[in-house]
Ligand binder design. Structure first.
Ligand SMILES: [Fe+2]
Length: 196
C-alpha cells in the first residue's frame, strides 16, 4: 500500500500523462515509461534540499499561462505549486558555453529524486526554470533522459541546430549525449526524468 502524500501522487499522475504525449520522441516516452513504472513504488529517505536560489522567483511567471487553465498543463502547474514548499532545489555550476549569468539565472527543482519531495536515488523526476535569455551550458550525464517543455524555449544536442519541440513536446537524450537549452524572451520551464 502506498504511503505517499496525496499531492505527490497527484503530480506523478499528471506528469506521467505529459511524458506520454505523442509530441515526444518514441525513445523519450520509453524512458519515461520505465521511470513511472518504478514510481509505482514510493521510496523516501527524508532528505530535503531546501536551500533557496534566486531563479526560483521565475517559477510563478513561468507557470502563469497555465494556472487557470483546464488543460493538462494547468493541472500540472497547480499540482506543482501545491508541492513547491516540499521540493528540493539545486543549481549546476559547471559546463561549457553557458550564457552570461547562467548560474544565477537557473534552478532545478526535484520532485522525486535526491533531496526532493520524495527523496530517492533510483530515478529523478524534476524540472528546470530559467530566466528569460538564459543559455544553459552544454552538459551530459550517463543516464538517458526525457524532457517535456512547458514554455517557449529551445534545446540543442551535440553540435546540432537549436530546436523548438513546441509546448508539450520534448526531446530524448541518449546516454552521455551532450545537450543544452535556452530561454527566449520569456522564462523557460521544462520537466525531465531519468533512471539512475
Ligand atoms: Fe540533462
Amino acid at each position: 500500500m502506498s504511503s505517499r502524500p496525496e499531492k505527490i501522487e497527484t503530480f506523478i499522475r499528471i506528469a506521467h500523462g505529459l511524458f506520454q504525449s505523442e509530441k515526444l520522441p518514441d525513445a523519450g516516452r520509453a524512458v519515461a515509461t520505465k521511470v513511472f513504472e518504478r514510481l509505482q513504488t514510493p521510496s523516501d529517505d527524508g532528505v530535503r534540499h531546501h536551500t533557496r536560489y534566486p531563479a526560483q522567483d521565475w517559477l510563478d511567471t513561468a507557470l502563469a499561462p497555465y494556472v487557470d487553465s483546464t488543460s493538462d498543463f494547468g493541472s500540472a502547474a497547480r499540482a506543482l505549486k501545491a508541492l513547491e514548499p516540499d521540493l528540493g532545489w539545486s543549481r549546476r555550476t559547471t559546463g561549457q558555453h553557458g550564457g552570461e549569468n547562467w548560474i544565477e539565472s537557473h534552478v532545478h527543482g526535484m520532485i522525486c529524486g535526491p533531496g526532493g519531495a520524495e527523496s530517492r536515488y533510483d530515478l529523478q523526476l524534476g524540472f528546470t526554470v530559467m530566466a528569460p535569455h538564459t543559455r544553459y551550458p552544454d552538459h551530459s550525464h550517463p543516464p538517458e533522459e526525457a524532457y517535456v517543455l512547458l514554455s517557449a524555449g529551445e534545446f540543442r544536442q551535440n553540435d546540432g541546430d537549436w530546436l523548438d519541440p513546441g509546448i508539450g513536446g520534448g526531446i530524448h537524450n541518449v546516454r552521455n549525449n551532450l545537450h543544452a537549452m535556452r530561454a527566449g524572451a520569456t522564462p523557460f520551464f521544462a520537466m525531465w526524468c531519468l533512471l539512475v
